[in-house]
Design a protein around this ligand. Structure first.
Ligand code: HEC
Length: 125
């Protein structure tokens, strides 16, 4: 009994440390495919905010190649963390006082979100 409890505690501690780390380690190549399909029309394939629809938009799509972000979706005092980008991507910018043009993508799996965030990180120049 005592051994089992200890083992459970250790396993719980390990998963608490390992799972979030693994979840944020997305695959940028897989994210590139998602980005090309869903995000490129506005953000442009290199993320500069120069997609084919961008000229008609106000506000302009964020230039993702700069690597600076506006929204603090998890209200931890820092913008542009993986959690913040996940919030904007899954809930849309309007949920955080931004533009409805940056629509929510609620159908993305956690892996999709992690992968597209990895691609966004790779766009920084
Ligand atoms: C219809 C055009 C459009 C599409 C499609 C689009 N975005 Fe955006 N995106 C925007 C606009 C406009 C903003 C700026 C929103 C604002 O500042 O209120 C933005 C902002 C962002 C930001 C910046 C958030 C911040 O905190 O600064 C990220 C990250 C982002 N988009 C990721 C994505 C991803 C990933 C996709 C595809 C899954 C996507 N966008 C698809 C228009 C678009």
């Amino acid at each position: 009994m005592r051994i089992n409890t200890t083992r459970t505690l250790i396993l719980t501690a390990i998963s608490a440390v390992v799972i979030p780390a693994a979840a944020s380690a997305g695959d940028a190549d897989a994210g590139k495919v998602i980005f090309a399909t869903n995000c490129m029309t506005c953000h442009g394939m290199t993320g500069k905010g120069d997609g084919v629809l961008a000229a008609a938009l106000n506000p302009k799509p964020r230039d993702l190649s700069i690597g600076e972000f506006k929204f603090d979706t998890d209200t931890d005092g820092a913008t542009g963390t993986d959690a913040d980008l996940k919030g904007v991507i899954t809930q849309g910018a309007m949920a955080f006082g931004g533009s409805p043009l940056m629509a929510p993508w609620p159908a993305f799996s956690d892996a999709d979100v992690a992968n597209v965030i990895a691609y966004i990180r790779a766009l920084k120049q």
